[in-house]
Design a binder for this molecule. Structure first.
Ligand SMILES: *Cc1c(COP(=O)(O)O)cnc(C)c1O
Length: 402
């Protein structure tokens, strides 16, 4: 907070938004280059989602989900499970954000084995550089020391590996202690947009099947079209045992999350002593469900997924134009997600932050991960907006590193 509170620092107050454009307190306009921290899908102020929220607001904003239910939640659960092959993910559990969606998946996996004859399966396997959220339970699976804070292996055992090869090298007994493996499929976001090798996800699914270990996919960032498919797991034809959805679930308008799971896991919680004691006050907020249903409607009505191959190709060619710039080390892209790594710099110099600050003057808002610049526009982005975003980054890179 020292820099934030310094007299020369001018806080940016974002006041309005329309499509990919945000406006500050002085009326200056910026392109939302990271979808308001990876949440926004169809742009700001989308009329269909706004109308759905207003309509819901006039009925009721929120009612308890403890012991009750409501139509928007029922319809949303049905629409979410219908994205997956029949008889795979069939059940939805609501919570509030990405961290609680992960929290819930971890606790389900651990409790599932404890009360169904395998109490020795008490460990969660996670990958180096992983990020699964900031609550203690989710942070315990994180593999980025910077983001772990005090959340260091809280309350359950974790085992961390760098990659699939290390999984195959586990001793014979180690897999028998695993309740679940958790992974960000295809791309690790907070690690700086690190791509997994092609085929890794499908191979991991096979490994989990071989050892009867539950596979949790954290699609909090990758879900809802970012990678080119509705969910990243579809790209390798994989269905997990649990999937965590949040950020883009409501189109990025309201906080809301869902953890989907299989009939097998669901049935493991039937019975008096088997209750899943987990829930939050705002679970299945009616407004959030209405927004999520409207966002899915926009996907259908505007044929959003169909528009992505063209947009992604345009994004790729614009990113290619950045490759030759001074100090651009590597560009990593997965669908409409890109990480532009610059350097080598001493990370303490915060060069990535300096580039993003310079880009602000050229009308682009985004946030780096150390020295990786992130571009992840809302999916409604036009080719001219993509062009303006990459041009702003180019000018900023030349100013700071040139
Ligand atoms: C952002 C993120 C989370 C945490 O979500 P919050 O809504 O910020 O709690 C978890 N996993 C991944 C992959 C994320 O990108």
């Amino acid at each position: 907070m020292r820099e934030w509170c310094a007299p020369e620092h001018e806080p940016l107050l974002l006041a309005e938004g329309k499509g990919c454009v945000l406006r500050d307190q002085h009326g200056r306009e910026y392109l939302d280059g990271n979808s308001s921290i990876w949440t926004n899908i169809h742009g700001h102020g989308h009329p269909v989602i706004h109308a759905a929220i207003k309509e819901q607001l006039d009925r009721v904003a929120h009612t308890s989900f403890l012991g009750f239910t409501h139509e928007p939640a029922i319809r949303l659960a049905k629409e979410l499970v219908d994205f997956f092959p029949e008889g795979t993910l069939t059940r939805a559990f609501y919570s509030d954000d990405g961290s609680t969606a992960v929290e819930c998946a971890l606790r389900m996996a651990l409790q599932f084995w404890r009360q169904n004859g395998c109490p020795e399966r008490d460990t969660i396997l996670a990958f180096d550089h992983a990020y699964h959220g900031d609550t203690l339970g989710a942070a315990s699976t994180g593999g980025i020391p910077l983001f772990k804070g005090s959340g260091n292996d809280f309350g359950y055992r974790t085992l961390r590996v760098p990659d699939l090869d290390r999984l195959d090298a586990l001793t014979r007994d180690e897999p028998r202690r695993l309740a679940a493996v958790i992974l960000e499929p295809l791309i690790q976001g907070s690690a700086g947009m690190r791509l997994w090798p092609r085929g890794m996800l499908a191979a991991l699914r096979q490994w989990c099947d071989r050892h009867d270990v539950l596979l949790i996919l954290d699609e909090v960032m990758t879900g809802f079209g970012r990678t080119g498919m509705m969910f990243a797991c579809e790209i390798e034809g994989v269905t997990p045992d649990l999937i965590c959805l949040a950020k883009g679930l409501t189109g990025g308008l309201l906080p809301m999350a869902a953890t989907l799971t299989t009939e097998r896991v669901f049935e493991g919680f039937l019975g008096r002593e088997k209750t899943f004691y987990y829930g939050h006050s705002y679970t299945a907020s009616q407004l959030g469900c209405a927004a999520a249903l409207a966002s899915l409607r926009v996907f259908r009505e505007e044929r959003v997924l169909e528009s992505l191959p063209g947009k992604t190709a345009c994004f790729t060619s614009l990113l290619d134009g950045l490759r030759a710039l001074p100090r651009v080390k590597e560009i990593r892209q997965c669908g409409m997600i890109a990480g532009i790594e610059i350097g080598p710099f001493d990370t303490a110099l915060l060069t990535g932050a300096a580039v993003c600050l310079a880009a602000r003057k050229h009308g682009l808002l985004t946030r780096p991960i150390l020295d990786t610049l992130v571009l992840m526009p809302p999916l409604c982005v036009t080719s001219s907006e993509l062009e303006r975003m990459t041009r702003a980054l180019k000018l900023a890179l030349e100013e700071v590193c040139g």
